[in-house]
Design a protein around this ligand. Structure first.
Ligand SMILES: Cc1cc2nc3c(=O)[nH]c(=O)nc-3n(C[C@H](O)[C@H](O)[C@H](O)COP(=O)(O)OP(=O)(O)OC[C@H]3O[C@@H](n4cnc5c(N)ncnc54)[C@H](O)[C@@H]3O)c2cc1C
Length: 426
């Protein structure tokens, strides 16, 4: 019987395997993944589509990773149910895998709304390697695409398709793109750059129907927007968002909200059962509460914390927050924490916008502590700002400098620099 069983072998699963092996070099580990080769970088699937990376470059661990770590890799297998009192996982062929400690690292799945015609050939979601490979197989004959959703995934797939020479229309229900991470000003700056690259952006609407070709209704030929406009296209990509894949714990005593509830050691509400990554609601140090934060480095760290605790080494998750560092169509963007507060009157918002240089700097403060940062084009101080934010530093004395072009380490009082960067003052 494996001592440790991990369902899901991406960022969180890999983090857990490495942490367990650090503490317990011999305890048996079984990893279950419904993907055949799960150890690839999911954020890089758009690079595969754009042609920037091949499969080899996308691998985040070598092929021999499981073997080298003496793991029983049950890849291409789906965990279908859990029996938490008798401590086993049931797989797709009805076989059981017993465990002493279990980690659920099942990640997220794409949210697919009901759209008439979404079963047609040429409609894709975009979260897995096989989604990217299926799309690639259609690209040679495709000239145009409609991307539904202008969040992080929607914009990255749009950029990849533009690089492949397709004409793309991005459709977004909100009135601005990237509305979860950017305020209207920053969003408009990015929109302008994307439009210049030839992309049509249709905001405030969505796709109500996907239509087929007159000669073969099963193959996509266009998308009808809620405005009634019909956009001709060969491909439709549904990139509305990702929801936690919690179905495995449905009906068990593992408590869920939007994701699985965990404590700081990544334990769920059931003994010996842990959860990490996109499937879990982990601690956000800006909000001071647990939230969904679907980010690769956080998933990996959460997996690591779970792995240590599963193997008997006490570890606490330090917390993370929403953080996106992007370069879309050549424009660098950083968004951290509460970048666009819904109730702005409760915050102090410092902004410097230089439209002529396409530069935007914004810091959001609560009680003189930075809780949100947005940088467009000028991103060089993101590290210092994040450090101040993560350490909850009171920035009252130099807050006006935060959005200045001259802001740098030297802006910080010497005593604060010494405290934050002790290595520099040895
Ligand atoms: C297109 C795209 C771009 C992204 N870009 C970025 C980025 O730039 N920066 C960033 O930080 N994050 C990015 N992310 C998010 C990042 O990829 C995720 O946060 C990260 O992959 C989460 O890791 P995870 O291990 O929790 O889950 P996942 O990576 O979702 O992996 C879960 C694994 O479990 C498997 N699984 C699920 N259920 C079962 C089951 N019942 N049985 C067996 N196997 C199962 C799944 O197939 C999958 O292999 C991006 C995501 C996408 C889709």
């Amino acid at each position: 019987m494996p001592k440790y069983v991990i369902v899901g072998a991406s960022a969180a699963g890999i983090g857990a395997v490495e942490a367990i092996r650090e503490v317990d070099p011999v305890g048996t580990i079984a990893v279950i993944s419904d993907e055949e080769c799960p150890q690839y970088s999911r954020p890089m699937i758009s690079d595969l589509v754009s042609g920037k990376a091949d499969f080899g470059k996308m691998m985040c661990r070598e092929h021999e990773f499981w073997e080298n770590n003496n793991i029983q890799a049950l890849t291409g297998r789906t965990a279908t149910s859990l029996n938490l009192s008798d401590k086993y996982v049931t797989l797709d062929k009805g076989d059981h895998v017993n465990f002493e400690k279990l980690l659920i690292a099942t990640g997220g799945k794409p949210f697919v709304p009901k759209i008439d015609g979404s079963d047609k050939d040429g409609v894709f979601t975009f979260t897995t390697l096989s989604d990217a490979e299926n799309m690639l197989s259609k690209l040679e004959k495709a000239e145009s695409a409609v991307v539904i959703g202008a969040g992080l995934i929607g914009v990255s797939v749009t950029e990849a398709l533009v690089k492949r020479g397709l004409k793309v229309t991005m459709v977004e229900l909100q009135d601005k793109i990237l509305s979860l991470i950017l305020d209207p000003t920053a969003s408009e700056m990015v929109e302008n750059v994307i439009r210049k690259a030839g992309v049509t952006i249709a905001t405030g609407q969505t796709v109500k129907q996907i239509v087929g070709k007159p000669e073969n209704d099963k193959v996509v030929s266009g998308a009808v927007l809620t405005s009634g406009e019909q956009v001709p296209c060969d491909l439709v990509i549904i990139a509305i968002g990702v929801i936690p894949r919690t179905e495995l714990v449905a009906g068990t005593d593992v408590k869920t909200n939007r994701g699985i509830l965990v404590d700081r050691s990544m334990r769920t509400t059931v003994q010996d059962v842990y959860a990490s990554g996109d499937v879990a609601e982990a601690y956000d140090f800006v909000f001071g509460e647990n939230r969904l934060l679907p980010l690769w480095p956080l998933a990996q760290l959460e997996g690591k914390v779970a792995g240590y605790n599963m193997a008997g080494k006490k570890a606490d998750y330090p917390g993370g927050t929403a953080m996106s560092a992007l370069k879309y169509f050549g424009i660098p963007i950083i968004s951290i924490g509460i970048a666009n507060p819904k109730d702005p009157e409760e915050y102090e918002i410092l902004v410097k916008h230089e439209p002529e240089r396409n530069v935007y700097r914004k810091s959001v403060l609560k009680d003189n502590v930075i809780v949100g940062v947005t940088l467009v084009s000028a991103i060089e101080n993101a590290g210092i700002l994040f450090h101040l934010m993560k350490n909850g530093v009171n920035v009252k004395k130099f807050k006006q400098e935060l959005v200045s072009e001259d802001f740098c380490l030297a802006t910080l009082p010497r005593s604060l620099r010494r405290k934050l960067y002790p290595g520099e003052y040895r």
